[in-house]
Write a protein that binds this ligand. Structure first.
Ligand SMILES: CC(C)(COP(=O)(O)OP(=O)(O)OC[C@H]1O[C@@H](n2cnc3c(N)ncnc32)[C@H](O)[C@@H]1OP(=O)(O)O)[C@@H](O)C(=O)NCCC(=O)NCCSC(=O)c1cc(O)c2ccccc2c1O
Length: 153
């Protein structure tokens, strides 16, 4: 029996996990979830992560927030309706203004890794339209969430 608990253990080390039901309309003519949907799922996990470390609030108050610089994925399994996906996000690196995230998507019905990817976000000043140095408070919040220090490179 595939249980959410088993998937939770597969996603150990991912401090943010978003759980979403697969929608019928996310499938394409070939009967599987279309490749573009995986990027939406990654995005949901990035947003949840940014909310947890105060980056969404910072955007509301200071107009300093994340912007997506790059994203990539490897597809490991097809996903079909009905299913539920568990999308993990963790930060693996913090630079001066940028930080890197790793993502994993697990299929609950297959109890298997369906995709894994990486993304780079840049802290961005939406007033000047320029990158902004990672604020210390956000760096600390990320390190607290990850349970380790993430040195600059
Ligand atoms: C991405 C840019 C802001 C970079 O600007 P610029 O080239 O001027 O930056 P620098 O050369 O000074 O570098 C700063 C910093 O960024 C790193 N970097 C730059 N480009 C890349 C890249 N392609 N890949 C990886 N890393 C990159 C560089 O190494 C530096 O790192 P340091 O740590 O050393 O400082 C600029 O190119 C730009 O504005 N691009 C357009 C971005 C865009 O339009 N993205 C799509 C819309 S945003 C979006 O969709 C989005 C998605 C989400 O999932 C979000 C989640 C949560 C919140 C918001 C989200 C969001 O807005």
């Amino acid at each position: 029996m595939n249980t959410p608990t088993e998937i939770d253990s597969l996603l150990q080390g991912f401090p943010v996990v978003v759980v979403q039901p697969v929608q019928w309309g996310e499938q394409d003519a070939f009967g599987h979830v279309n490749n573009t949907v995986y990027f939406r799922w990654y995005e949901s996990s990035r947003i949840a992560y940014a909310q947890k470390v105060g980056l969404m609030e910072l955007h509301q108050t200071e107009r300093i927030g994340p912007i997506l610089a790059s994203v990539s994925t490897d597809y490991r399994r097809q996903i079909t309706f009905p299913d539920t996906v568990h999308i993990g996000a963790r930060v693996s690196r913090i630079g001066r203004a940028s930080f890197s995230m790793e993502h994993k998507i697990f299929s609950r019905s297959q109890l298997a890794l369906a995709a894994e990817g990486t993304s780079t976000l840049v802290v961005f000043n939406y007033k000047t339209n320029k990158p902004h140095a990672m604020p210390d408070a956000v760096r600390r919040a990320i390190e607290n969430l990850e349970g380790r220090s993430l040195s600059s490179d």
